[in-house]
Design a protein around this ligand. Structure first.
Ligand code: UDP
Ligand code: MG
Length: 320
């Protein structure tokens, strides 16, 4: 029997959270009185996460496991989870319980009243460093400004999606995914619910600065041409300065003779500055080119080592 609700949880070194996650989700979903499943994607955990998940899945067949061959990253873990769901409404949630499962009930209410996407907006974030709070705040606002789709502010991947939206998402083969952008891009009737994001119950964040930067670049390159277009303004600006400089320099040179810009220091500094501009823009272009390359190679998005309680779910083409 197909469940009405599917919950997707990406898991990377969360051994201290697995039992709590199962308990909280069972309580909340049990109160709906309808059938549900929890699809856990083990994203190459190096701790006992898989072992604990398997123990839970053995006793409770509503718990399904997609076990990755290695760590493919949060966004791909969520993607794989979505590929393996069969519910009519699908909720993506973090395994560390920073997103309180109780909010799901509110989301379900909205879904039943006719919305196809219900995203959770972080009214407040507890237990985060000032650095994370600041960079996250700037990130959401930057993305909002420069992208062509309306991606709601302060909203992570904690959201409910109707089967239609999940099917649309599953049909998107792109690598370097920014799932919240893709969901906004798909459209349908969307709404938000406010919630307080809790501190992590156990363990540390699995998003070090390096992953955060990569994630931000995927978001920008995936949904905006702004970084490519901004080059033209810099080019106009520098060109204008050059045109103005020629007559001014000529006159000053006539008046002051060799005393005017006799040295080479200025030339060297300017050369370094301009080279740095150019290399930076080459890097920006490189980011887009690398992503084109990722697409043309056509590698699968992820590799599954094995699955538990999921034998009957076929996901044709979903790995591409
Ligand atoms: N996660 C994952 N793969 C990764 C990094 C994180 O599956 O490479 C999972 C992690 O286990 C958690 C969720 O993604 O369930 C969000 O990660 P985390 O809590 O570390 O991020 P934060 O809340 O600090 O932004
Ligand atoms: Mg977290």
């Amino acid at each position: 029997m197909k469940p009405v609700y599917s919950i997707v949880a990406p898991i990377y070194n969360e051994e201290g959270n697995i039992d709590k996650l199962h308990k909280r989700i069972s309580e909340v979903m049990g109160s709906t009185g309808e059938a549900w499943e929890l699809v856990c994607v083990n994203d190459g955990s190096r701790d006992r996460s898989l072992e604990l998940l398997k123990a839970v899945a053995e006793k409770d067949e509503r718990i399904k496991i997609v076990n990755f061959a290695r760590n493919f990253g949060h966004q791909l873990a969520v993607t794989a989870g979505l590929h393996h769901t069969s519910g009519q409404a699908v909720v993506v949630i973090d395994a560390d319980l920073q997103d309180p499962p109780e909010v799901i009930l509110e989301m379900i209410e909205r879904w039943k009243s006719g919305y196809q996407v219900v995203y959770a907006v972080r009214e407040q974030r507890k237990g985060e460093s000032w650095f994370k709070l600041l960079t996250a705040k700037l990130f959401y606002r930057l993305i909002y400004r420069i992208t062509d789709v309306d991606i709601p502010l302060d909203t992570g991947d904690f959201r409910l999606m109707d089967r239609k939206v999940v099917d649309a998402l599953n049909a998107m083969p792109e690598h370097n995914r920014f799932i919240r952008g893709l969901t906004s891009w798909i459209g349908f009737k969307q709404t938000g619910v406010q919630y307080v994001r809790e501190a992590r119950e156990w363990g540390e964040t699995k998003y070090p600065l390096k992953k955060m930067v990569r994630f931000a670049m995927d978001a920008v390159t995936g949904f905006s041409y702004f970084p490519l277009q901004v080059m033209v303004y810099v080019s106009f600006f520098l060109g204008l300065i050059a045109v103005l400089a020629i007559p001014i320099f000529a006159v000053l040179r006539l008046i002051m003779g060799d005393a005017f810009f006799g040295g080479q220091a200025t030339t060297i500094v300017l050369l370094l500055l301009l080279s740095s501009f150019q290399l930076f823009f080459l890097f920006v272009m490189g980011q887009y080119v690398a992503r084109i390359y990722d697409e043309t190679r056509g590698r699968p998005l992820y590799i599954v080592a094995d699955k538990t309680n999921l034998d009957d779910v076929s996901t044709p083409g979903s790995q591409r």
